[in-house]
Structure formats: structure tokens, C-alpha cells
Design a protein around this ligand. Sequence first.
Ligand code: CUA
Length: 348
Amino acid sequence: MHRSVHRSAAFAPPAGRAGRVLQAAAVTLVGCAPNAQSVTAPDGPAAERLLELSWILFAMGGAVFALVVAVLLYALFRRHRAPLPPAAAADRRSTRWIVIGGVVFPGIVLSALFPYVLRVQRATQQPPVDAALAVEVLGYRWWWAVRYLSDDGQPAFETANEIRIPVGQPVRVRLTSADVIHSFWVPRLQGKMDMIPGRVNETWIQADAPGVYRGQCAEYCGLQHAKMAFLVVAEPPDAFAAWYARQLQPAAEPAAPLAVRGRAVFLESPCAACHTIRGTRAAGRTGPDLTHIGSRLTLAAATVPNTRGHLGGWIADPQSIKPGALMPATPLAPADLRALVLYLETLE
Ligand code: CUA
């Protein structure tokens, strides 16, 4: 099995296509960008309010801690110049400290903060303007199905592990789960929201700058919880509209003979039982919809970049990349694997 992985890794990267730029961006952003997933680098209105709230709570907590330490040090090191007061007076003094420090002071601080917390909550729960776009995200162990909803609330098309959004506009996100509880979290754009089987939770995201924002499942959901990630790709509105129009289309007809062979390999192999490619008879619902897999930046829920080598390696031996994932190894002759990978790459 390992031999086939190495063999597929020897595939050359795709040459001379626009996707290469995006792929390079994905590798960079997912791999080593310091802010790809940082709550301290917000890029949307909700995350900005949440960071502001976090800093204020942190500062208040720090001030209270400093005060308590100061009082403690004072109590430890003060010199007793006067003789100790009689026991009754000492009792009264300590009761006063308890009432002031334990009831009055927290009461004032918390009731001052409460209206502010409510304001932040309101501001992060609802977008500032009505969202024109809505997506439904369905959590699976361990990936994300993403359905773009048309105006009547019906799915327009489905993709996986990547949410493209127009920059500067709020997008409504309906969340649910197919199996266990997951949590939808894009730290730079919005706070966490649970995904619960049998119920729909709503949140929204907005990115104020074009870019790739990493999201992560934030509720432990089993073996590959850490590798249950996704990307939010924010694009200028016209680029987003072009992407959306392409996604509505069924899969491209392969032109090159090798790609035609690749499609035959796909349809004859177990792949077609679990995956959908719209425009072919492959209509499996167990794994991600692959109709436009060539346009995605990553594979296996943002685990590896979507390059020829990784795609071949993933098909040949997914368990070495994501042990426990539902996808089994697909033993294929090297030439068939090569043709299959080429075909999937054409699905942009
Ligand atoms: Cu899904 Cu953790």
C-alpha cells in the first residue's frame, strides 16, 4: 500500500493552469500563514466584536487579579504597629471585606458589563444587513457538505469542505449534523456554533477582505476531529458570481482520451457508489460531491492541498492520511489511477 502512495506522489504538479495560483495560495495559507486561524486577527464584523469583548474581559479579569494579589501581599507583609484589635472588631472588619470584595464589587463590575455583553451578543447573532446568500453546512465524521440554497430555500448545488463567499457581504449559514455533534468555527470571521443532529442552528459569516480563512471543527467528534477543517474563500463579488455560475453546471465532459478513460475508471470503481458527479450516473451520497472537485483548494477536509500527488495518494490509501475515515483504499492499476486523477482534475 505504501508503494502506491509513493508512486502517486511522483505525479508532476499541474502545469500552466490558473488553479496553480490558488493551489499555491492554499498550501501557503493552510500550511504556515500565522493568521490563517487566529481569533486575534479578525477580518469580519462578528469576529471583531468578539475580539473586543475578549480583550475587555481579559483586562477586567487581569485588573481584578492584580487587585487581589496586591491585597494579599499587603496582608502578608504589613507590619503590625498597633496591637491587634479585639476579636469582635476583627470579625466586623473581615465581614466588611467579604461583603465589599465578594458581593458589592463583583455586583458593580458584572452589572456594568452585562449590557455590553448583551450588545455584543446581538451584534454577533444577526448580520448588520439581511444576508442575500444562504448556505447549509452538514457535518459528517469528518468532513463538511456545503449546500448553497437558492431563493426558495432549496439546494442549488452541493460542494464540500470549502465555502466561497463574496467579500464584504454577510452570508447566512444553517448548521446541522448527519451523525454526532460538531461545531462550526471560523476564528477570523465568527464565534463557534454547534452542529447538532436533528436540529438546525443558524449563524452568519462575513469577510471584509478577500482571502482564505481556515475553519475548524470545535467539538470533539472522534478520531479525526483535528483533521475536520474547511476553508472559507472570500472573493470579490464578480469572481464569486463566476464561481457560482460554474458550480451550477454539471461536470465538464472530459476531452482528453486519458480523462475519458479516467471517467470510465471512476464509474466502474467503488468510487461511484459513494460520490456524486452531477452529469454522470455517479450519485452516491456517502462521501463529498465531486462535481467540481478540481476547483477546490484542499482534499480530505483541508487535510492536504489539492494537488495531483495528494489526490493520487488519497485515492490509493486514504487511511494513511486520515486513519478511521470512511473512505477505503481503492486498489487501481497505476495507469488507471493516473487516468482517474487526471479526470478529477478536469472537474473545475
Ligand atoms: Cu467534527 Cu470535531
